[in-house]
Design a protein around this ligand. Structure first.
Ligand SMILES: NC(=O)c1ccc[n+]([C@@H]2O[C@H](COP(=O)([O-])OP(=O)(O)OC[C@H]3O[C@@H](n4cnc5c(N)ncnc54)[C@H](O)[C@@H]3O)[C@@H](O)[C@H]2O)c1
Length: 497
């Protein structure tokens, strides 16, 4: 993973691996980075494995064919061991200034002096945390959100001694992990997001204390309304739209006076035993016996659905995810030299996701065409007819398809597609895909497709251009002596009465 000038992160150290640190470990590993973890918790290995399992499921659903090979996880016996050979260090210790400062001291005693130390603190000031450091310029806050492996936001906040180079390199690194860095302009307690969340939280506590609403009713007030629109437009953009055609100024004129009414309170209520009991009881009722682990999985499933939907709109967190997927595809090692063009090309792999399964308990038919379509795209990319060729106004359109379903595919199965070139000329490319289960090599389906080369501006067929046509001719020649695969050239195999 390259992260700005001269920063290659092959190994990251995670110091403190509770809720947040284990989420960081998962994000690093799923980006192909090796991780060394230090945390004195005797149950560390079990907890890490559970978080990593959830993260793997969620990220595979989001990016089924783009994730790199996972990094290697090592549990270290000490802070010094964990950081000694790390290229990046992320601290996620308990939110106590003294604990963080004394551990930073141990980290600096063993780590290379140029390695960046990111802190997950939710609100402690970086200038104070770095005040006793030998090399304070490399310290920066990278404040993530739970679950760290799914939510893109990371607030970046430097202290007085943090260098600009550290800020730039940390931002580039977090971005390379699929995150959306938000640079905090002024060092301030709680940064930006937690100040907003705390304001809402204080008011919610009053509503429970005064018996106005239960914890479940307060959550309903968010999740059926404002929460849905917050997820992609935040507060200001939504209020602008709420102002109608006159926009933000009209909105301020209309609702400004209400700000003077005592609708909300600023001081939090005292967290008396009585209030704490009431919140805990209401929260138990609300959860209805569902365990935290189950709630985490439900939360992840819902986040994956929202992120995938936003990707289709190429907006907000969905735009971040789309860019990340594209970068992963570019970064994936493409060992062209080792591809034997005289055999069917193995250019596409994927995994059967839970929502690909239909009422018959196996991969549903529309997904076969999706997989074959992606395999065709991989072939087009291979011959030089990928996105930049399309941007120049040339493309291939699929004009005919025949799919045979031979065996069933279940959830989680790893699939690979191999592609034989059955024929070609300047305008035509005739492909035959074989979809195989990776584990046992079983042939699951075949897809035969005729593609026509087009001038995308005129929307008419036209001969393929120089390098693409050469690649098509080279491949066709290399595969000319392969036997015609079984099932090629078929239409529906039943006589019409
Ligand atoms: N929980 C959240 O939603 C959230 C969100 C963003 C940031 N943060 C911040 O992340 C940090 C960690 O929070 P958390 O929620 O993961 O807490 P946590 O209590 O779940 O995890 C803290 C971990 O640190 C370990 N630890 C304690 N002393 C240690 C030491 N000396 N060396 C190494 N490990 C040690 C503990 O065993 C524990 O596993 C805090 O700074 C917190 O403010 C939390």
């Amino acid at each position: 993973v390259s992260a700005g000038p001269a920063m290659q992160v092959r190994k990251a150290a995670v110091i403190g691996a509770g809720v947040i640190g284990s989420g960081w470990a998962a994000r690093f590993l799923l980006n192909g980075i090796d991780v060394e973890v230090y945390d004195p918790d005797p149950e560390l290995a079990r907890k890490l494995a559970a978080v990593l399992a959830n993260a793997r499921v969620a990220m595979t659903r989001l990016l089924p064919d783009a994730l790199p090979a996972e990094g290697k996880l090592v549990i270290s016996p000490s802070v010094a061991e964990a950081v000694r050979s790390a290229d990046f260090i992320q601290e996620s210790l308990p939110e106590r200034e003294d604990v963080k400062q004394s551990t930073l001291d141990q980290i600096e005693a063993a780590a290379r002096p140029d390695v960046i130390i990111g802190s997950s603190t939710s609100g402690l000031l970086p200038s104070r945390l770095q005040s006793g450091m030998r090399h304070p310029g490399r310290f920066i806050v990278g404040h993530p959100f739970n679950p760290v492996y799914l939510l893109p936001l990371v607030e970046i906040c430097g202290g007085a001694a943090t260098t600009e180079a550290t800020r730039a390199r940390a931002e580039a690194f977090y971005r390379s992990l699929g995150m959306q860095p938000l640079s905090v302009r002024k060092e301030i307690d709680g940064f930006i997001a937690d100040r907003l969340l705390e304001a809402l939280w204080r008011e919610a506590l009053w509503l429970v204390r005064d018996g106005v609403a239960t914890t479940a009713e307060i959550d309903d007030a968010i999740r059926y309304g404002a929460g849905l629109r917050w997820a992609f437009m935040g507060t200001f953009l939504i209020y602008r739209v709420a102002g109608g055609e006159a926009g933000m100024r009209h909105f301020l004129n209309q609702f400004g006076p209400a700000l003077k009414l005592p609708w909300t309170r600023l001081e939090a209520p005292d967290l008396t035993d009585e209030l704490a009991d009431r919140i805990a009881e209401q929260s138990d009722d609300q959860a209805g016996g569902v365990s935290i682990r189950e709630l985490e999985r439900l939360r992840d499933n819902c986040l994956v659905s929202i992120l995938a939907a936003l990707r289709r709109s190429d907006f907000a967190a969905g735009a971040t995810l789309r860019r990340y997927g594209e970068e992963l595809a570019i970064r994936a090692p493409k060992d062209r030299a080792r591809i034997d063009e005289s055999q069917p090309l193995a250019l596409h792999q994927t995994t059967v996701l839970a929502d690909w399964i239909d009422y018959n308990g196996h991969m549903t038919e529309s997904r076969y065409l999706e997989v074959f379509g992606n395999a065709t795209d991989a072939v087009l990319e291979y011959i030089g007819a990928g996105p930049s060729y399309v941007a120049q106004g040339h493309s291939y359109f699929t004009v005919e398809t025949h799919i045979r379903h031979l065996e069933e595919a279940g959830e989680g199965a790893r699939l690979r597609v191999t592609t034989q070139i059955l024929g070609s000329d300047a305008k035509r490319l005739h492909l035959f895909h074989a979809l195989v289960r990776d584990a046992d090599g079983t042939l699951l389906a075949t897809g035969e497709h005729m593609l026509l080369h087009v001038d995308a501006r005129a929307r008419r067929s036209a001969a393929a251009r120089g390098g693409v046509l050469k690649a098509v001719e080279r491949l066709s020649k290399a595969q000319a002596s392969l036997p015609v695969p079984r099932g090629a050239g078929r239409a529906i195999g039943a006589p019409l009465a």
